[in-house]
Ligand binder design. Structure first.
Ligand SMILES: Nc1ncnc2c1ncn2[C@@H]1O[C@H](COP(=O)(O)OP(=O)(O)OP(=O)(O)O)[C@@H](O)[C@H]1O
Length: 215
């Protein structure tokens, strides 16, 4: 079974074709790189797979279940998309604990372990609003991986990070792929893509093409 199977999927918003006849198969346990110019449709593709927007036509299946029909969104999903909703007056740990309590799959120790994996201190008493941009980004990654999801969608995961942060996140993503997760990374950072991904796709005005590398 593939992790993701997209057939002839298009998205039209106000008469404008944002995604055009996308066909895509993603195998389990692989890293996929998605690149293309600003506004080409990369985030929209990730949002569609996550069930956050619904296609105008076509079908998206995640682990054989159709999004919008059999399920509203993927059952086992880690997601980083701009503007992650964290609570400003909670600490990092309190934020992740609140989110983890929705599913109740993981313990406090596992939440703390995820926070440590991205180089943050789980006992840091500062609230989220006092976090720097890079710390916020790291917490987002900790949240995306904490429940060991089968599918991880990362939109510009190393955007705001310093060199150490980039290294840490690359290590974490590599470990997640090795664990068997399917990871899709949308990025303008060609190194992130070529170091972490085995297959590459270029988005050009809503049209997706597989390419040899991340040119
Ligand atoms: N909520 C929205 N309503 C209408 N159009 C939108 C909306 N969000 C994005 N778009 C349009 O969809 C197209 C694709 O945008 P998208 O954010 O997917 O691009 P991207 O490839 O991720 O760009 P970037 O590299 O800048 O992140 C753009 O033309 C954008 O203007």
């Amino acid at each position: 079974m593939n992790a993701v199977e997209i057939s002839n999927m298009s998205k039209v918003i106000k008469g404008k074709t944002i995604l055009s006849h996308i066909n895509l198969s993603l195998e389990q346990g692989e890293g996929y790189g998605l690149y293309g110019h600003n506004g080409s449709g990369k985030s929209m593709l990730l949002r569609s797979i996550a069930g956050l927007i619904h296609p105008t036509e076509g079908i998206i299946k995640v682990f054989d279940k159709e999004i919008g029909k059999e399920i509203s969104f993927p059952e086992s999903l880690g997601l980083i998309i701009e503007s992650v909703g964290f609570w400003p007056y909670y600490t990092g740990f309190e934020n992740l604990k609140t989110l983890a309590s929705i599913k109740g799959l993981i313990s406090d120790a596992e939440i703390k372990h995820s926070i440590k994996r991205v180089g943050l201190d789980p006992d840091d008493k500062r609230t989220y609003r006092k976090y720097s941009l890079g710390m916020k980004q790291r917490l987002g990654i900790a949240q995306a991986i904490m429940e060991r999801p089968d599918l991880i969608l990362l939109d510009e995961p190393t955007n705001a990070l310093d060199e150490d942060g980039v290294e840490l996140v690359r290590t974490v993503v590599r470990e997640e792929i090795d664990r068997g997760a399917t990871v899709v990374i949308a990025s303008h950072n060609k190194d992130d893509l070529s170091l972490l991904c085995s297959k590459f796709f270029k988005m050009n005005d809503g049209i997706l093409k597989e390419t040899e590398g991340a040119q």
